[in-house]
Design a protein around this ligand. Sequence first.
Ligand code: C6P
Length: 414
Amino acid sequence: MDEKSLTDEEIKKIREDFPILKRKINGEDLIYLDNAATTQKPKSVIERMENFLKNSNANIHRAIHTLGYEATTMYENAHKKVANFIGAKSMKEIVFVRNATEGLNLVAHSWSSRFLKPSDEVVLTIMEHHSNLVPWLIMRDKIGINLKFIKLNKDGVLDLKEAESLITKKTKLVGVIHASNVLGLINDIKPLREMARNVGAKILVDGAQSLPHIPVNVKELDVDFFAASSHKMLGPTGIGVLYGKRELLEEMPPFLTGGDMISTVTLQGATWNELPFKFEAGTPAFVEATGFDEAINYLESIGMERIFNYEKELERYVYENLNSMDFIELYGHKAGDNLAVFSFNIKGVHPHDAANLLDKFGIAVRSGNHCAQPLMNYLNMDNTLRASFYLYNTKEEAQKLFVALEKIYKLFNR
Ligand code: C6P
């Protein structure tokens, strides 16, 4: 038994935990390879939310009755669970948001309004998902900041030489995607963080694709902000996390305003609630918070290190196969310690047609531009198919994908 990875026996047991994996699609066993878009949910997560709704449902921070107390405790405990999972100092650094997108918007709007002035610079990468690009385009137009983009070098990874020349005294923030939802590439945060620190800039990490797959410790990463979504890591939709260093969050103005985020309100003005609730306006996703908490229990019970090691095995296996098929065009994926996320096309077949036909085989993949149009343009990629794997996927499923891809190729190239 390989303690460092997941055994076949374990994978079998894990698959039993996910009711949806028993589904037939067009008469075939479902092979779900769209995990970068969203992941499936284990029974424990579904049951935890059902249990909450059946037994403890009440709004949080508003009532002293028993249900209100139970709901509030569970909601706050979920913050503590996330804090512990990512190595934050306390729940004061854990803001619950709707998703990674909202977390990234929170930083762009709140932090920028307090700390940026015209001509300041924000350095991003060409690999950013639209969620960590569009908010900064808005800030550029609103405040008059300049945006710069680190591109890829000839090896197809972030060009750190270029980064060194782009990150200067004018740079106030470096924003970087931790793992690419298009190429599967995991970016090394450390050198960028050092460059940012050397010029006194902050560093923001989009962890939407990394937190579900690789062990993350924000204390070790030593970044200022880190955003992720629960639904990409076995939890429900409607909840995500923005980690922020406490001293920064303390200084930042609220993003959304209304109930629960205030301390006092008069007709003349308002004062703010303590962290993290200053940033959690209105009734939050407290049902989903229990599901997020349970998703972390599930991941922790297996161990992130072992999950990542298993996915690396899958990654190498799928890479070797896709790379050896002469009818497949594989884009930008680097074999090695990266995510099992592959963007590719079948030669002569439009990706939407291919995705449609794969569905006939019960195989779910995404086709399109994957919300990263600048990266796609930069690499001269048009729309692609994308297969993205998670801990419940198997090599046997990958084999079925390879067979289906060949059949589709032959169908179009007779
Ligand atoms: N990428 C994909 O299919 P939300 O939608 O807020 O949960 O996550 C946004 C997001 C941010 N950063 C990265 C790197 C992402 O991959 C995503 C979501 C999905 O690739 C939906 S477009």
